[in-house]
Each structure stands twice: as structure tokens, then as C-alpha cells.
Design a protein around this ligand. Structure first.
Ligand code: TYD
Ligand code: MG
Length: 453
């Protein structure tokens, strides 16, 4: 038995130290350093064939490299295909992160069940019966999906050798452990080691591997950042657990753009792909309600019409409350200050509540104008025409600023039957053969005049 070697790792950032200390000098976190055993004995993980391990890579011309091996596997799930950049690349490692209960296992099982390839779904979190119950809700009859409940990589690899799957799904990387390291599953060294083994396996056999990873409270993939560096693609599954919509975003993609995003709806029988998100995010109320405005936003590359709701009421307590769901609260305060100073609205003694419907969080600055419109509409209790939408950023001087890809937003608004869209006067529209009425404004003041006379 080789001598056991121990090292201290920061559980937050993965930096290693020779001895224990209270604070990590790299990320400045306290009490995150833990001792881990690394046994540097003879390591055999994914068995490398003799010829493979001795092979020396040779340089070759870019144009001579064949791309046939990179043909992507179609996941039969359009949203996932789009986010991945057209399908799963053979031999790639994809990490799917997300909060507990958001639907990572559901999404992956659903994909595994409908794939036309032989898929091995390894679960270290649930029993085979639990998975079977879930599978019955989603897609009861699948010929190609195999389930393995196992956490030791050596056992997983021996199963793989027997089964020869085309795709491997691991749920989750934090539950795996390898024999060659003695620390507990989920620790930095286990994650690093098991991921390395899986990478080796993926690259040598050209089998794509999808890893599910947990994320911490502050939204990072639990365990080390190193995991994100090691894999080819990092996907994030997010949404509000109390709402039905989920967004699949790509944070890193070696084989495609990170601007794409997929939208799903959680239903009783799994996740439904949402191909027309705008239509469902806008409420179909017949009545005219004050305090709602529709914004033509872009999420990644996709235009999305989102409804903003505001409630402005006289503050009951001394300090007025400001609260925003799905929108940056500081930005709301800034917009309220702009309204106060530039448009003469006295909102200082009012409570303002803002809500982006559908449980979606929006970063696109083009939503500003709709926020202002919703706040004003609620303040004076006059509803905004339901066939009107907004797309512009607001500056500190009360100016209405242009936003990116305005033509895409206008096209989406037109497609969904909106009659008018309010944008900045300074927007350059390449072609102007739109049916929709384009209203151009330069200042917040003009918007107020236009909306409420
Ligand atoms: P799960 O995939 O277990 O989450 P994660 O792996 O990210 O922790 O999803 C759990 C939630 O999804 C659970 O609260 C129940 C819900 N759900 C549905 O609403 N419909 C379904 O068909 C399934 C399988 C789950
Ligand atoms: Mg799970």
C-alpha cells in the first residue's frame, strides 16, 4: 500500500494548501478549508488500452482534420438541441447545473427515454424503483434506456464495458466516488478525480457524457469551479420552483453559442418544450387592468414578450416599500427617481411593487420603458392599451435610449398581433415595411404625454 498523502483544499474555490488555516487566501472565504486524503497509488481508472496510452499526438493541418466524427447526436428535444448548438457532440462532457428540485433529473431522464440511442442513466440519488415511477409519468415505453444505481466509478465503468452505451448520463457528479481516493463523495478531490475519469472515458470512446451537478445557494455549481473548466459545456437550468416555467441556459459551450436558451414548462408528465414563449407569458385578460405593460425583450437570441405588473399605492408606514420580483430592485429605484425628477411624478411617499410575470428574471435593459409605463399606469389608475408594447432603455437624464436588435423585437411584436410598439427615437430600423405602428419617443415626458395625454 502506497503512503497516504493528504492535502488541504478550499471547498469553495478548490485551492490547495499545505496546512489547515481559517481563511482561504485565494477566495477569502472563512472555514472552507478541509483536509482530504489523496492516495497517489498506482492509478487505473478508465482502462486505457496499451496502444492508446503510448500514442503520441501529431500536428496536422486544420483543413486535413476530418469533422465526420463530430457529427452531432440529435436529442429529439428541440430546445436542448438549440442550446447545445445543434445536438450533442460525441465525446463531449456536458454539465447540467441547477437548484435542487428544479427538474434536472426529470429533464435528463426525459431525454434519455426518448433518445434513439442506447443510453445509460446512472443515478446515485434515487433507487431504480423511484426512477421507474418517474419514467412512467414521462414516457413509459422506451427500448433504449438503461438504469444503473451506482456511485462507484469503477463499477460504473465495468457496466459500461458490458453494455456499451451510446450516451452516458450521471445523476449527479456529487454522489460519485472512486476507489483511488478516500475522501467522501462530493468533496473537491472526489469530484476532480471522478470527472477526470469520465473525461478520459468520453474522449477515448467518443461517448458523450452528461453530468448533473448541484448548485450552491449563491448559484455556483457546488464543489469547485474546476468542474466548469474541465467540461466542454455548462448548462444551467433555472426558474422559480413555484412557477411552471424553466429556462435552460448555456453558460459555456465549446461547440456553439452561449446566447441560446430553451424554455420548458413543468407539467404532470414531465417537461414540455415551449416553442412560442411569448404567447404564454402574456395574460389573456379581456378586461383592461391598470398597472400592466408589455415589454419586447430578448433573452439570449430569442425575442420574448413579457408582461410587467406594477402596483403603486400610498405607503401605510413611514418608509415606503419598494419591491421587485424578476427585476433588479436597484434599477427600479433608479427609474422611480428618474420619474420623480424628470417627469414630475411624486412617488416618494408611495409603495411600489413590481412583478415580472411567469417567474422569469429579466436582465435586458429594454424592459425599462415597460416598467415605467406600468408604474405610471398603476399610479394614475389608467390602463394601457393592450395592443401596445415597449422596448427601450431609460437613462438617468430621462432620455429614452435605443436597444440592440430592435428589428427582431418589432418583428416579434408584429407576429403576435400587437398594433403599436414604443421605441427610442434614436433607434435605427434597417427596413420599414412593418404593419405595426412604430411610436418613437425621445424622453420619458413624451411617453407620459403619449400614453395618458
Ligand atoms: P427533479 O427532476 O427531481 O429535480 P432535480 O433533479 O433538479 O432536483 O424534479 C423535481 C420536481 O419536478 C418535483 O417537485 C416534482 C416535479 N415534477 C413534475 O411536476 N412533473 C413530472 O412529471 C415530474 C417527473 C416531476
Ligand atoms: Mg435530481
Amino acid at each position: 500500500m502506497a503512503k497516504v498523502k493528504t492535502t488541504f483544499f478550499c471547498q469553495n474555490c478548490g485551492t490547495s494548501f499545505a496546512k489547515w488555516q481559517g481563511q482561504c487566501t485565494a477566495c477569502k472565504e472563512w472555514n472552507t478549508i478541509a483536509e482530504e486524503v489523496i492516495q497517489k497509488a498506482e492509478k487505473v481508472s478508465w482502462k486505457v488500452s496499451e496502444t492508446n496510452s503510448k500514442r503520441v499526438s501529431k500536428s496536422q493541418k486544420v483543413k486535413d482534420i476530418s469533422t465526420t466524427s463530430e457529427a452531432r447526436l440529435n436529442t429529439k428535444n428541440n430546445e436542448l438541441n438549440r442550446v447545445l448548438g445543434g445536438g450533442i457532440v460525441p465525446g463531449s462532457l456536458t454539465l447540467l447545473g441547477g437548484e435542487p428540485g428544479i427538474g434536472k433529473s426529470t429533464l435528463m431522464l426525459q431525454i434519455a427515454l426518448q433518445l434513439p440511442y442506447k443510453t445509460l442513466y446512472v443515478s446515485g440519488e434515487e433507487s431504480a424503483q423511484q426512477i421507474k415511477m418517474r419514467a412512467e409519468r414521462i414516457h413509459p415505453d422506451s427500448e433504449n434506456c438503461y438504469i444503473l444505481t451506482e456511485t462507484k466509478t469503477q463499477n460504473i465503468f465495468s457496466q459500461i464495458a458490458e453494455l456499451n452505451p451510446d450516451i452516458l448520463v450521471i445523476d449527479s457528479i456529487q454522489t460519485l466516488h472512486t476507489d483511488y481516493i478516500e475522501s467522501s463523495p462530493g468533496s473537491i478531490s472526489q469530484i476532480r478525480e471522478t470527472t477526470t475519469e469520465l473525461i478520459k472515458f468520453a474522449k477515448e470512446t467518443h461517448t458523450p457524457v452528461i453530468l448533473i451537478g448541484h448548485i450552491t445557494k449563491d448559484g455556483n455549481i457546488a464543489g469547485p469551479k474546476i468542474l466548469e473548466h474541465m467540461v466542454d459545456t455548462v448548462l444551467q437550468f433555472e426558474g422559480d420552483r413555484n412557477h411552471v416555467y424553466r429556462i435552460l441556459r448555456s453558460q459555456k459551450n465549446r461547440f456553439g453559442s452561449t446566447n441560446e436558451l430553451g424554455i420548458y414548462e413543468m407539467q404532470g408528465n414531465g417537461l414540455r418544450e415551449v416553442s412560442n414563449p411569448s404567447e404564454i407569458l402574456i395574460s389573456k385578460n379581456e378586461e383592461d387592468l391598470s398597472g400592466t405593460a408589455i415589454s419586447a425583450t430578448l433573452e439570449g437570441m430569442r425575442p420574448l414578450m413579457i408582461e410587467i405588473q406594477a402596483l403603486v399605492s400610498t405607503a401605510v408606514y413611514g418608509t415606503p416599500q419598494r419591491s421587485a420580483t424578476g427585476y433588479n430592485a436597484k434599477r427600479l429605484n433608479m427609474l422611480l427617481a428618474v420619474l420623480e425628477k424628470r417627469a414630475g411624478f411624486k412617488l416618494g411617499a408611495k409603495d411600489v411593487f413590481l412583478n415580472v410575470t411567469g417567474g422569469i428574471t429579466v436582465d435586458d435593459p429594454a424592459i425599462d420603458l415597460a416598467v415605467i409605463a406600468a408604474v405610471l399606469s398603476s399610479n394614475i389608475d389608467i390602463s394601457i392599451d393592450k395592443s401596445m408594447c415597449f422596448a427601450a432603455e431609460i437613462g438617468l437624464a430621462g432620455e429614452v435610449r435605443p436597444v440592440t436588435r430592435v428589428d427582431q423585437r418589432i418583428t416579434e411584436a408584429e407576429k403576435l398581433g400587437f398594433k403599436s410598439i414604443v421605441i427610442s427615437k434614436y433607434c435605427k430600423i434597417p427596413k420599414n415595411n412593418y404593419q405595426i405602428n412604430i411610436i418613437k419617443v425621445a424622453k420619458v415626458h413624451d411617453v407620459v404625454k403619449h400614453l395618458f395625454g
